[in-house]
Each structure stands twice: as C-alpha cells, then as structure tokens.
Design a protein around this ligand. Structure first.
Ligand SMILES: CC(C)(COP(=O)(O)OP(=O)(O)OC[C@H]1O[C@@H](n2cnc3c(N)ncnc32)[C@H](O)[C@@H]1OP(=O)(O)O)[C@@H](O)C(=O)NCCC(=O)NCCS
Length: 233
C-alpha cells in the first residue's frame, strides 16, 4: 500500500523536482539562464546575489544573500550564472562552501546536441548552439548562443565558448580557456589551459597555455597571461 503524504509534502516534492536555484545572479548572463528555463518550463526557486546587481534582476521571484540561504534551498539543484571561466570557478567554490551540492546542467531546448556526447555536470548549453558527435564536455563548461562545437572536440572544465564561435572538429580546449564571440578554430587545434582566444580570431595553430591570441590569422597579443578572462558582465 502506498504511504499517504500531506498536500504540503507533495507540493514541496514537486517544487524540488521542478525548480532551480540561480547562483551569482548579479551578472546580466542570468537573463539568458531565465530565458532557457522559461523555454523548458522550469521554475526558479530563488536567486542568490553575491555582489551588487549589474542588471534589473527582472524575473527572479526571490532574491537572497548568501547568509539568508536555508537548508531546504541547499537541497535544490543549483545553476552557476557566471560565464567567464574564472568567475564560474569562483562561483563554484563559493556555492560549495555554502553547502550547495547539486550542480546540474542546463541545456536550452533549441540546442542541437548529438546523442554521442560525453557530458560532465554544471554545464550551460545556450540557445541555438550545436554539439557534434563524440564531443566531450568536462564539468562547468559553457557553450554560448549559436556556437558550434565540431565532432570529437574536447572542452576541459570551466572552459567557455563564446556566442557564434566555431570549433571545427577534434579541437582540444584546456581548462579555463575563454573563446571569444565569433572566433573560428580550424580542425585539430589545441588551446592550452587558461588561454584566451579573442572575439573574431581565426586560429590555425596551437595556442599555448595562458596566452591571449587575436586576429586572422591569430597572433599572440599577450604572452603568458593566464587571467585574461574578459567578457562583458
Ligand atoms: C582579447 C580580449 C580578451 C582583450 O584582452 P586584453 O589582454 O585585455 O587585450 P587588450 O585589449 O589590451 O588588447 C591587446 C591587443 O590585442 C588587440 N585586440 C584585442 N581584442 C581584439 C580582437 N577581438 N580582435 C583583434 N584584435 C584585438 C588590441 O587592439 C591590442 O592590440 P595592440 O597591442 O596592437 O594595441 C578581448 O578584446 C576579447 O576579444 N574578449 C572576448 C569577449 C567575448 O567575446 N566575450 C564573449 C562573452 S561569452
């Protein structure tokens, strides 16, 4: 015989299944998360504000500061709203230290995702992006609007592919790499840990760890810098 549950318990369970906590809602990237959640019909339980907001926070039903987080909220799946690698990594550390454990992925329903991909946790795959066959995405990778990631490409943790970027195929992208909007990577290109590929760069050769490359063909604009993670907040 099924055990009887109170209405409150059933509603709480349904809310737990459906709703998400958004962490780091101060950056305007959060608006894209809200759009994707709306397209999926998934509710937002609360947004956690960790620094002063840089946009209107429209559409977030409950805004909390870290010290206001209840144990119940820590049970919910949480999405990190930062897009640049270092910000996202800092958010992960912060959210973990507060007790969040369920870092789940968010995949926009308009994205085309091959069945054969290997995916970690905490990913954000934004609208109209395409992931080819056998693509490998490690934890906390972001693929932004209308980016294309070709088959057998590997993206290591916390790397970010900017809007409209095109990674041809079999590329190997290291940890915390930032690939700017509209960049193009030829097949088999490797990008080392912490490197930045500027918006619109066209890359034919290996990019060393920590450097920033710009232009077509891409040249090193800043050697050995591993914190050049720039994106509009
Ligand atoms: C490359 C970038 C990170 C700037 O890095 P930076 O280390 O601060 O570099 P600077 O702005 O000082 O520029 C260094 C040189 O590169 C050039 N440069 C910078 N961005 C460039 C670009 N996108 N294309 C061509 N040249 C560029 C600058 O003109 C400068 O050239 P100079 O040395 O001949 O004067 C930034 O311009 C960029 O493209 N960011 C990506 C933003 C993005 O697409 N975000 C996506 C959001 S998800």
């Amino acid at each position: 015989m099924k055990s009887k549950q109170s209405k409150a318990t059933v509603v709480a369970a349904a809310t737990r299944i459906e709703s998400r906590v958004l962490f780091g809602i101060e950056t305007s990237f959060t608006a894209d998360y809200l759009d994707t959640l709306a397209r999926l019909g998934i509710a937002v339980a609360a947004g956690i504000l960790t620094s002063p907001p840089r946009w209107s926070l429209r559409g977030i039903p409950v805004v909390l500061h870290p010290e206001e987080i209840s144990p119940l909220l820590l049970e919910l799946p949480v999405l990190l709203c930062g897009i640049p690698p270092k910000l996202r990594e800092a958010e992960h550390r912060h959210a973990s230290s507060l007790g969040f454990k369920r870092f789940i992925s968010l995949v926009d329903p308009t994205a085309i995702v091959s069945h054969g991909i290997h995916a970690g946790k905490g990913l954000y795959i934004n609208a109209n992006s395409t992931l080819g066959a056998e693509v490998e995405l490690d934890d906390f990778v972001t693929v932004n609007r209308a980016a294309s990631v070709g088959h057998h490409t590997v993206l290591e943790e916390f790397s970010t592919v900017g809007p409209g970027a095109n990674l041809a195929s079999q590329c190997k992208i290291g940890k915390r790499v930032m690939i700017g909007a509209g960049a193009v990577l030829a097949p088999n290109v490797k990008v080392g840990e912490g490197a930045t590929v500027a918006a619109g760069a066209v890359v034919f050769r290996e990019v060393e760890a920590g450097v920033t490359v710009v232009g077509n063909p891409a040249r090193v604009a800043r050697p050995g810098k591993d914190d050049a993670v720039t994106a509009s907040p």
